[in-house]
Design a protein around this ligand. Structure first.
Ligand SMILES: [Fe+2]
Length: 215
C-alpha cells in the first residue's frame, strides 16, 4: 500500500467521521514517520523542514510581488478612500516577506527568487496609472473564488506541520492577514460598484490570469 493511498484512506475515514481528529493525527504521524518523508502540495518531500522551506520560498515571492504592486498602486490610486488601505496591505505583504526571509534563514535556507512572468504582469497592471481602480480590484477579486477558499490551502498545509511549531504559528498568522486583505478587496470592489457575479464568471471562464498578491 503506498503512502499516498494510505493517506487518502485516512482522510476519507476522518471526513466521514469514522475516526476522530486525534486518531487521524496520530495515524498521520505514524505514516510520516514510517515513510521518512512529508507529503504536501501533491509532492513528497524528504522531511517536514524541506516542505516548509519550499512552501515559504514560493509564498515569499508572491508576497514580494504583492508588496510592490500594492505600494505602486497606492501611489497612483485615484480613489481617496482606498489609498491608506492599499498602503496597509502593502505593508502587510512587505513584513510577511521580512518574516519569511528570517524564517528561511533560521532553517538554513536561502530564498530562491524565481522569475515569474505572471507576477511581473500583475505588478505592471496594478502600477499602471491609466487602469482604473475598479479594474484593478476586479482583476484581484476575479482571481479567487472567495477569501475562505483561497486561505484553506494555507490552513491545510499548517495542519500537516507537527515538529516546527514556530513555522506553524507564523503561517497561521500569515493566513489571518491574507484573509483580512482578501475580504477588504471584495469589500472595496463591491463598494465601487463591482459585481461579484461578473467577477466569478470571469474567473470561471478563465478570462483572468491575474494572481492574487498573496500566493
Ligand atoms: Fe499576501
Amino acid at each position: 500500500m503506498t503512502r499516498e493511498f494510505e493517506f487518502t484512506r485516512l482522510l476519507r475515514a476522518y471526513r466521514k467521521g469514522i475516526i476522530s481528529e486525534q486518531t487521524f493525527e496520530a495515524e498521520m504521524a505514524l505514516l510520516e514517520g514510517n515513510g521518512g518523508g512529508f507529503t504536501a502540495m501533491g509532492k513528497t518531500y524528504g522531511c517536514e523542514r524541506d516542505a516548509i522551506v519550499a512552501y515559504i520560498q514560493r509564498a515569499r515571492n508572491g508576497e514580494a510581488a504583492g508588496a510592490a504592486a500594492l505600494s505602486n498602486w497606492a501611489g497612483v490610486c485615484k480613489t481617496d478612500c482606498m489609498r491608506s488601505a492599499l498602503r496597509t496591505i502593502a505593508e502587510r505583504e512587505a513584513y510577511h516577506v521580512r518574516v519569511m526571509d528570517r524564517k528561511l534563514s533560521d532553517l538554513g535556507a536561502q530564498c530562491e527568487k524565481a522569475a515569474d512572468p505572471e507576477l511581473d504582469k500583475f505588478i505592471s497592471m496594478q502600477s499602471d496609472p491609466n487602469i482604473s481602480d475598479l479594474d484593478k480590484l476586479r482583476r484581484i477579486v476575479s482571481s479567487f473564488g472567495n477569501p475562505e477558499e483561497i486561505i484553506k490551502p494555507i490552513h491545510d498545509f499548517v495542519s500537516l506541520i507537527k515538529d516546527d511549531l514556530d513555522a506553524k504559528e507564523m503561517l497561521t498568522l500569515w493566513a489571518e492577514d491574507e484573509y483580512s486583505s482578501l475580504k477588504w478587496f471584495v469589500h472595496a470592489f463591491t463598494a465601487l460598484g463591482g459585481s461579484l457575479e461578473e467577477a466569478g464568471n470571469a474567473a470561471a471562464a478563465g478570462m483572468s490570469s491575474a494572481q492574487a498578491p498573496q500566493n
